[in-house]
Design a protein around this ligand. Structure first.
Ligand code: SAH
Length: 213
């Protein structure tokens, strides 16, 4: 299969799994997933599957990346926070749609490697930090959009507090070894509205910065 054919199949798989937003599909067509997957598994970059990355973590399934991005309803002037940089792939997709993307991971190695790919792909509107993302980024807050790509039992309070009025947060909630649900939280003038999107499976949101990188 040649490059063009692989890309067609990749986009077809996304559409057939419900990724229909044109801007999201364009972003996913532009950002090559392969550079975010180092080593042996890179050749499977165009399959709609989660794959292992360093530090025992995973790069999410492309259709799940697409559905989460779509659920965020990003507009071009938005500032977005992503918790769980992992490979950096999701942040790169967000960076095509938003003005500014901040992304944090508790593993400094993942942050370092993701920064290398952001540089290589010339994506200057992403800033990556090593931090415990459950506390958000108080210095950069508030955010128009927040995406959490690791599962918490409940939406972390500091993240809810860093969401602007009119803002949207998408996150998986539930216990790591049980069924989790992707939920969307909207901050209104008067409070928070929740809706449940679909069942998902993510690695858990873990407390604290990893000591071994
Ligand atoms: N969005 C990533 C996939 C994320 S996997 C991608 O596109 O590849 C989930 C990530 O969340 C892991 O890298 C893990 O280290 C990170 N993580 C877990 N708990 C965290 C926390 N409290 N703060 C920041 N990152 C966390």
């Amino acid at each position: 299969m040649d490059e063009a054919e692989r890309k067609m199949q990749f986009l077809y798989a996304l559409r057939s799994r419900g990724v229909t937003n044109a801007a999201v599909l364009t972003a996913m067509e532009r950002i090559d997933r392969a550079p975010f997957i180092r080593g042996y598994f890179a050749e499977r970059a165009y399959e709609d599957m989660p794959l292992p990355i360093a530090c025992g973590q995973t790069i999410s399934q492309p259709s799940v990346v697409g559905l989460m991005t779509q659920a965020l309803e990003i507009s071009p002037r938005d500032t977005v926070l992503e918790v769980g940089t992992g490979s950096g792939y999701q942040a790169a997709i967000l960076s095509e749609l938003a003005r500014r993307v901040y992304t944090v991971d508790r593993h400094s190695r993942l942050v370092r490697e993701a920064r290398e790919v952001f540089d290589q792909l010339a994506l200057p509107n992403i800033t990556a930090f090593t931090a415990d993302g459950s506390f958000g980024l108080p210095d950069q807050a508030p955010f128009d959009r927040i995406l959490v790509t690791a599962a918490a039992e409940d939406p972390p309070g500091p993240l809810l507090a860093q969401l602007k009025v009119g803002g949207i947060m998408v996150l998986p909630v539930g216990q790591s070894d049980a069924v989790q649900h992707l939920i969307r939280v909207r901050r209104t003038e008067t409070g928070l509205d929740y809706d449940e999107l679909r069942p998902v499976r993510f690695v858990p949101l873990v407390e604290g910065v990893a000591r071994d990188g």
